[in-house]
Design a protein around this ligand. Structure first.
Ligand SMILES: Cc1cc2nc3c(=O)[nH]c(=O)nc-3n(C[C@H](O)[C@H](O)[C@H](O)COP(=O)(O)OP(=O)(O)OC[C@H]3O[C@@H](n4cnc5c(N)ncnc54)[C@H](O)[C@@H]3O)c2cc1C
Length: 382
């Protein structure tokens, strides 16, 4: 790494930390209760260039390397995981699909507006009956004249109804000749395309300030240029960007865990029982020591993975290990943090209760922990 890149990384991460401390962390509890974050905060993040972190500079982005991007996500997540997932899905999955597989024309058409935050990107793979097994998805795209007509239902789309661009995976094989995962293609569908009907915002356990909505496609007509890359490769493309997305979730998990650790350390110095601060009890010290060790280990694995140049199956295995370890660390560390806070940890008045709720989803989305273990085990057996 050149000194210029190291300097750029330090600067951007410090900018993210400072912005998160001033503009996000003080409001996270209020946004959680309101089940929304204000548009203005997204606009400010856009001004900082954070909607185009991985988009090349020629298309208006910052063109950051993977590690710097993930370090920014950790900073945002430590303040509010809802903010980090909104940017994570936009950057890793929405922009990621276009950067990797878009034609020159598609990139020119979409990326500058995505980099500037004018257009939020969403990634629509999951369906009511297809989550861990996306090859079984049922949404369809049929050729019609010069373009395509899409039908079907997508569920739990992060930023679904905020999105100006939905990257939609749909079947292009026929019922008579099903091709499993190879019968799925990826399409670029404007969020306001006629026939797209967005559902209600989900009422979630955690990440309550982030928007999660499904949508139904009623004969949505798009042009031939809406097909992303090659027909039949949509699921392979989606699983490929999920390797990057899973590192984003791992960075989010590290941020949540770090915040829980910091709050627990602070509280243990303030809370008095038996005539002294609880940090003086070895039982509490050991808990904090284990929390700190696991946060450091998860971050180290994430940073190592981000800097490896891996391809194909090895990249997928490494991404799965990283997401698995970081998300289970976040769940464990936040559980310990609630314990350090005692009864107050169970109350909404203290931040560890929100961090505990926010941590849980990192073990579920972008592939559950069971699915990560399947990918890792497959790697072991070749
Ligand atoms: C807040 C939130 C945001 C989301 N955002 C998006 C988004 O932007 N885009 C998108 O496409 N999706 C999104 N999702 C969907 C998410 O990716 C899925 O929830 C996830 O992939 C799991 O699918 P499922 O919920 O259908 O669970 P299921 O697949 O029904 O799994 C249920 C249980 O069975 C287990 N299981 C399944 N198969 C196996 C197996 N072979 N072996 C062992 N155990 C197994 C699972 O691990 C899980 O414990 C989001 C979900 C949430 C909660």
């Amino acid at each position: 790494m050149t000194p210029e890149v190291a300097e750029q990384r330090r600067g951007i991460v410090a900018l993210a930390r400072d912005f998160a401390a001033r503009e996000i962390a003080p409001h996270a509890a209020e946004w959680d209760r309101a089940r929304a974050m204000p548009r203005e905060v997204l606009a400010k993040l856009a001004e900082l260039g954070f909607f185009g972190m991985r988009i090349p500079e020629q298309h208006g982005g910052l063109g950051l390397d993977a590690l710097t991007y993930l370090m920014v996500l950790e900073e945002l997540a430590a303040a509010d995981a809802s903010v980090s997932i909104t940017l994570g899905v936009h950057n890793s999955l929405g922009c990621g699909m276009l950067c990797r597989h878009g034609s020159a024309l598609q990139k020119t058409q979409w990326l500058p507006r995505m980099a500037s935050g004018k257009i939020v990107g969403a990634f629509a793979l999951s369906e009511p009956d297809a989550g861990s097994d996306p090859a079984s998805l049922r949404a369809e795209a049929r050729r019609a004249g010069e373009g395509w007509v899409l039908t079907g239902t997508k569920s739990w789309v992060t930023s679904g109804d905020l999105a100006g661009l939905l990257v939609v995976m749909a079947r292009t094989d026929t019922p008579e000749a099903r091709r499993g995962g190879r019968g799925i293609s990826a399409f670029l569908v404007p969020g306001d395309a006629p026939g797209v009907e967005h559902g209600k915002a989900e009422d979630k356990m955690g990440l309550r300030a982030s928007r999660t909505t499904g949508f139904v496609m009623h004969d949505v007509r798009v042009g031939h240029e809406a097909l992303l890359g090659e027909e039949g490769k949509g699921l392979a493309y989606a699983l490929g960007v999920l390797d990057q997305g899973r590192l984003g979730v791992a960075a989010q998990a590290v941020g949540i865990a770090r915040a829980a650790l910091e709050w627990a350390v602070k509280y243990s110095a303030e809370r008095q029982q038996f005539g002294r601060p609880i940090k003086e009890f070895q039982g509490i010290q050991f808990k904090l020591a284990d929390m700190a060790t696991r946060v450091a280990a998860a971050r180290a694995l994430l940073h190592e993975t981000a800097q490896q140049e891996l391809a194909g199956g090895r990249r997928a295995v490494q991404a799965s290990m990283t997401k698995l370890f970081a998300s289970e660390t976040a769940m464990w560390v936040t559980t310990q943090a609630v314990q350090v806070f005692g009864g107050y940890g169970y109350m909404r008045d203290y931040p560890v209760e929100r961090l505990f709720r926010d941590a849980k989803v990192t073990e579920i989305y972008e592939g559950t922990s069971e699915i990560q273990r399947i990918v890792i085990a497959r790697g072991l057996f070749g």
